[in-house]
Design a protein. Structure first.
Length: 273
């Protein structure tokens, strides 16, 4: 792990050699950009008859696949926080993927959800959640709702989630999906996530699920003192680096590298479709 100031991070990100020195992670571990398979643009079909509670019983047809993923792809890859492990085991990822990819829901890979976006690799979701270090009752800002899976995992930890999605149809679909599953502690907003959610700030944690080429200053300013941001940063179309940034006081931050990743780019164009 390496400690740097936010300013130093931004300078280092211009160096291609940064990816040969990540802390125990190979470039692309938990890659979020998906070239194949692809799906036609369009929203994820919202399930009819979605249960109001997360299905975790052995009668759930995906129970064994989800537990196997947790054992092999979460615990087996080094995630150790028992609360995060339990949350991953409770969250029904098959309800957050397109219908055509339900049989791949518990494979440890990112999957496309349309509009050039992905549902993150379960290991990366668990890693980012663990690194946030949140506790029940905390308030968390998520930038990049996507299908709502990361927000659901956070909600399983008992935190209040404020999540922003720039693509209107994804925001709408995620709102209905999360509401249908009974996640009353998740609030979805259709907006440009660069500016955060100032009316609801400050937040105990911020998680960003797409990669900007620099750390957005408004998001740093919306962290509480002692709060943590987990964010991938780097150039579009290339490997980025995942950072944990802790706010020390009003003007100072401590940053730790978590390794090389590849996420979809952080977009700024507000879209209704």
């Amino acid at each position: 792990m390496r400690e740097r100031s936010v300013t130093f991070i931004l300078c280092l990100l211009s160096m291609v050699t940064i990816y040969t020195a990540v802390s125990g992670c190979s470039p692309g571990i938990g890659a979020e950009r998906v070239e194949t398979p692809t799906i036609a643009p369009g929203p994820i079909p919202i399930e009819t008859g979605i249960p109001t509670e997360t299905p975790i019983s052995e009668e759930d047809p995906f129970f064994e696949a989800r537990q196997r993923l947790v054992e092999e792809g979460i615990i087996g890859m080094g995630i150790s926080d028992p609360l995060v492990i339990e949350a991953m085991g409770r969250t029904p990822r098959h309800l957050f993927v397109p219908e055509d990819y339900v049989d791949m829901a518990y494979v440890n890979h990112a999957l496309p959800i349309g509009y050039g976006q992905t549902i993150s690799q379960p290991y990366i979701v668990a890693l980012m959640t663990q690194e946030l270090g949140v506790h029940e009752g905390d308030r968390v800002l998520e930038i990049g709702t996507g299908s709502g899976y990361q927000a659901a995992v956070l909600a399983e930890l008992g935190v209040e989630v404020f999540t922003i999605e720039i693509i209107g149809v994804l925001a709408e679909a995620a709102t209905e999906r999360l509401s249908g599953l009974g996640y009353e502690n998740v609030h979805v907003r259709h907006a440009d996530g660069y500016f955060g959610w100032e009316e609801e700030a400050p937040f105990d944690a911020v998680i960003v699920t797409a990669a900007p080429d620099h750390v957005p200053q408004p998001l740093l300013e919306q962290l509480t003192i002692g709060g943590v941001m987990v964010i991938p940063v780097g150039p579009v179309g290339w490997f980025q680096e995942l950072w944990r940034i802790r706010r020390i006081d009003g003007a100072n931050f401590r940053s730790t590298s978590l390794g090389g990743v590849t996420f979809v780019p952080f977009t700024r164009e507000l879209r209704d479709e």
